[in-house]
Design a protein around this ligand. Structure first.
Ligand code: 13P
Length: 253
């Protein structure tokens, strides 16, 4: 990490896991962060049912809270959906948009993801925009073209380093225990950086680029040392405070 690199972000995505009892893991995390301030920003994106409670309990700690999705509109007749403004009102400062599980489960297109990221910006949230190729696309040699098209269509015009984070999550690496090699991650992240700089100039150079997909304490140091990797988006290993702290520790000198 060069001295001009953005401050890293280690983000946990709890997905559809956890009831109130899981907040004990976040409490453990807060205690550890307070005892030893991390060399990165730390974020948990819990299920919406836990968001307000987690945000209230985390006030005053270096632990940010985020949503996992938002609707593009600010309010209205959209049963079951949550507006970015509602997430902000509940204490969120981030929201994940366009996770591959939402793209697959809810047929979210790049245009939908872009509208959600715009909603995040409207509500004053940082959007974590997710992109990544399937195993078929990787085998076909299409990885760079696929993620470039996703970035072009999913990251809104006017995005700033202060309100946008890009997460590269190869679909085949999510929850599988498989990861790309550090060299493969470097290839994708340097292409993403070049694309962001070409489109957004200085802001594109300062936007944080996260890697996600089977990040664990045992591989975090290697993956997070890759150039233009400015943090991690962590699923399974974020559900356990010790594992998540093991990933955060990759940034300790
Ligand atoms: P895993 O860390 O469980 O592979 O999940 C990654 C992910 O999808 C985070 O958004």
């Amino acid at each position: 990490m060069s001295s001009s690199a953005p401050r890293p972000l280690v983000a946990g995505n709890w997905k559809m896991n956890g009831q109130f009892a899981l907040l004990a893991e976040a409490a453990k995390l807060r205690q550890a962060i307070q005892a030893q301030p991390p060399a990165c920003d730390v974020l948990i994106c819990p299920p919406a049912t836990l968001l307000a409670a987690l945000a209230a309990a985390s006030a005053g700690y270096a632990l940010a809270v985020g949503g996992q999705d938002c609707h593009a509109k600010a309010a209205g007749a959209h049963t079951g959906d949550i507006a970015a403004e509602m997430l902000a009102d509940a204490g969120a400062t981030f929201v994940i948009t366009g996770h591959s599980e939402r793209r697959a489960d809810h047929a979210e297109t790049d245009a939908v993801v872009c509208a959600k990221a715009q909603a995040a910006h409207r509500a004053g949230l940082v959007a974590i925009v997710c992109v990544g190729e399937t195993i078929g696309q990787r085998k076909a040699g299409d990885t760079l073209a696929v993620v470039a098209a996703q970035v072009a269509g999913s990251v809104p015009d006017g995005a700033l380093a202060a309100n946008t984070v890009l997460a590269y999550e190869p679909v085949w690496a999510i929850g599988s225990g498989l990861t790309p090699t550090a060299a493969d991650v470097a290839t994708v992240h340097s292409a993403l950086r070049a694309q962001l700089v070409a489109r957004f100039g200085v802001a594109g150079g300062a936007m944080r680029l996260l890697y996600g997909g089977s990040v664990k304490p045992s591989n975090a140091r290697e993956l997070l040392a890759v150039p233009h990797v400015n943090g991690a988006l962590v699923g399974g290993a974020s559900l356990n405070a010790d594992d998540f702290l093991g990933i955060i520790a990759a940034y300790q000198p």
